[in-house]
Design a protein around this ligand. Structure first.
Ligand SMILES: C[S@@+](CC[C@H](N)C(=O)[O-])C[C@H]1O[C@@H](n2cnc3c(N)ncnc32)[C@H](O)[C@@H]1O
Length: 254
């Protein structure tokens, strides 16, 4: 897997394309504005429902307890925030941040449909979170980090917002551990995903970006190193579905 270009040198990846840093955020914004209304249905279709199991694993690993303060970054339609809201209980606090207004709109509706009305939804860039240092016991980012232009900045910003002892969980597509699985997965992502995108959401390009952005995302070991560089300790990696997805968990131990 080739590694992402260095956004601090002015260039980064948008899928397989090399683009000026200033363009990536806009183009990612167009992808999510375009897919927002079909996001949940496409997630179920593309992963054959398995994204629910991946999310369940991350939620359990987050181990949110009553009274804790939790932030879900790039929270989209609120699947993680909804579960954290239950776990944190009446004395806890759960917020959802996302850069995209359309995704936040979908999130607000989905949460309200499930009777969750006490999760503030905040429009914010993961690279520059608008929270005081040490605000949260737990921060999560689910299938969001690969879309962020400056991933190191986002990891630093999330780490800073953690209380001492707080944990960050990154749930993200990763690198299959086995060459056979990799081959099948490539066929699926580059042939079937754009086709489904075209048939169901009338948008093959966004789903091609999805497949490409997954391939360009740092693999398990690279992301672990990036989290350590951001100041997190005891970073552990949990591979799911043969490494198609991984959860990284690290602690802010100062
Ligand atoms: C694939 S969705 C994941 C949504 C949700 N976490 C889930 O797992 O279903 C990626 C989300 O990341 C958001 N996003 C992209 N770049 C971001 C950034 N720089 N800061 C915050 N959110 C961002 C998008 O708007 C989108 O809602």
């Amino acid at each position: 897997m080739s590694q992402p270009s260095d956004p601090r040198k002015g260039y980064t990846h948008f899928g397989f394309e090399e683009v000026p840093v200033g363009d990536k955020q806009k183009r990612v914004g167009s992808v999510f504005s375009s897919v927002a209304s079909k996001y949940d249905v496409m997630n179920d279709l593309m992963s054959m429902g398995v994204h629910r199991i991946w999310k369940r694993f991350a939620i359990d690993l987050a181990g949110v307890r009553a009274g804790e303060r939790v932030l879900d970054v790039a929270g989209g339609t609120g699947d993680l925030a909804r579960e954290f809201r239950k776990a944190a209980g009446p004395k806890g606090f759960v917020a959802l941040a996302d850069i995209n207004a359309e995704m936040l709109g979908q999130g607000r509706e989905r949460l309200a449909d499930k009777g969750v009305v006490d999760v503030p939804l905040i429009q914010a860039n993961a690279e520059k979170l608008p929270f005081a240092e040490g605000s949260f016991d737990c921060i999560t980012i689910g299938f969001g980090l690969r879309n962020v232009t400056d991933k190191d900045a986002a990891l630093a910003s999330m780490t800073k917002a953690l209380k001492p002892g707080g944990r960050l969980l990154v749930l993200e597509f990763s690198k299959p551990l086995n060459a056979g699985l990799s081959k099948v997965y490539d066929q699926y992502s580059f042939k079937l995903l754009p086709l489904m995108g075209r048939l169901v959401a009338n948008d093959a390009d966004s789903y091609r970006y999805l497949a490409e952005s997954i391939r360009m995302h740092p693999d398990q070991a690279t992301l672990k190193g990036m989290m350590e560089n951001a100041g997190l300790s005891r970073v552990q990696v949990y591979n799911l579905t043969g490494g198609i997805v991984a959860v990284h968990r690290g602690y802010n131990l100062g």
